[in-house]
Design a protein around this ligand. Structure first.
Ligand SMILES: [Zn+2]
Ligand SMILES: [Zn+2]
Length: 169
């Protein structure tokens, strides 16, 4: 997900490039590479390159209910400005961007999307990951994964004093 934008930086404001992405990258810090597909559009602005990406991938997560691992499809869409760090014509260093978190284009005019994709992938991950909306979860008593079948625990855990009252009714 790296593009050399030296040419684009020398073109007039409003010039564009479009790239198709189809590559594997490590994006959620779990040591695994996931295939990322989609497209990115680059636009030369007076001070930067404005990048718009629409990407999809599927990452392996563990279900918050049954703890099983599953593949969560993710849509990673973002729009970010990438600021050059050197002047493309003179090679002179440019002042550092005022925003410390700004994305930058390196001194070789390489615009690397990886960090942006990583940040937006993390945002796209649901807070409460579920392998399935109807995931049955684990039995609170024996810990069996109830998606794989019922356990032998009694269906309901009624306090015996209440069950006697229930019987009277
Ligand atoms: Zn689950
Ligand atoms: Zn059980």
């Amino acid at each position: 997900m790296q593009f050399n934008v030296s040419q684009l930086l020398q073109e007039s404001i409003g010039s564009t490039r479009a790239y198709e992405i189809n590559e594997a990258a490590e994006i959620i810090g779990d040591g695994k590479e996931y295939n990322i597909k989609g497209n990115c559009h680059l636009l030369r602005t007076p001070r930067s390159i404005l990048v718009k990406c629409k990407l999809t991938t599927a990452v392996e997560l563990s279900c918050s209910r049954c703890l099983g691992s599953f593949h969560q499809p993710l849509k990673i869409a973002f729009e970010e400005e990438y600021l050059p760090t050197v002047d493309v014509n003179s090679g002179a260093l440019l002042p550092e961007p005022e925003e410390p978190s700004a994305f930058t284009i390196d001194e070789h005019h390489v615009l690397d999307l990886t960090e942006g994709v990583r940040q937006y992938a993390l945002i796209a991950i649901p807070m409460k990951a579920l392998c399935d909306e109807n995931c049955a979860g684990l039995c609170p008593k024996c810990g069996q994964n109830l998606n794989q079948g019922k356990c032998d625990c009694p269906a309901e855990n009624i306090d015996p004093r209440w069950s006697r009252l229930a019987g009277l009714r």
